[in-house]
Design a binder for this molecule. Sequence first.
Ligand SMILES: [Zn+2]
Ligand SMILES: [Zn+2]
Length: 357
Amino acid sequence: MPGKDFYKVLGVPKSASQDDVKRAFRKLAHEHHPDKGGKEEKFKEINEAYQALGDEQKRKQYDQFGSAAFDGSGGGNPFGGGNPFGGGGFDFSGAGFEDLGDILGGMFGGGGRQTREQKGQDLEIGIRLTFTEAVFGVEKEIPLTKHSKCSRCAGTAAEPGTKMKTCTTCDGKGFRVTMQRTMLGAMQMKTACTECHGRGEKPEKDCTECHGKGAVHGRSTVRVDIPAGVDDGMSIRVRGEGESIGAQGEPGDLYLRLRVETDPRFKRDGFTIYVTKNIGFTQAALGDTVDVDTVDGKVEVKIPQGTQSGDELRLRGKGVPSNRGRGDQIIIVKVVTPTKIDKKIRELLQEMNLREA
Ligand SMILES: [Zn+2]
Ligand SMILES: [Zn+2]
């Protein structure tokens, strides 16, 4: 899908500071607030952009993967079906919420809210990756213990071969209306009927496998393609792999928190990989060809004559992949002064008498 340019939406350059981003968002949000006659679509777009750029970590992720990384991730949409007070408020727990709070003011105050959309709980787990797995991406099989859709009844909760009947508790409406006091004042709430879980109908006979729940708790495995170029601290959303509530609604999502192990050979800064290469005194002075570790294996690198300790050599395209191609590897050359000085070396060095001052 074509990526959205969140920077353009907020009207800030890519180099904008977090403060600039925040300021731009506040200004635009006030300008386009639907209560002041702004277009809801535009307001949503501004909000979506700020959800991505307002948080340093998410901004990094956006810079690397584009808006695809945020595809449908709730987008911080205060108008849609998502309930900002309920579970799964992942995006709302981010930087956007406190800022939105004062801008939206009493928006959630009056009026009847819609019935909460039935959705399973989101899950979050930590995943360890090696340095090279993070660079090149990897397919992982992740063991989980969670509720999955019952295979016997396909989540319908009804014993196969039996019918559904109208729920008598809610007369088939699927919800009941209550008044609830909240921090924002009294709110009329439609809550799902607990007897039929909001469906308005119940199985004639409960499924014998899931006992009428539509989902069973147990071990399962999720296969996930971790994309190339991810970094420590990033979070990946796997749609629909959270807790299942059977056919009563959508399953929750699974969030993978990435921990990337260090590698003694490599250091990483964004898309650039750094290695330190030790060379000898003679190699530095006269030049040489040496083997250097890269994430693609060893490569031969020419050390130029007269190389100084601390000089940097660049290997193009040996860094971390991104949507703009691969980054570079920087070799930091370290000239090692000999410490084992035998009689012959001593004589040679004294004869050369290399002095700077
Ligand atoms: Zn079942
Ligand atoms: Zn009911």
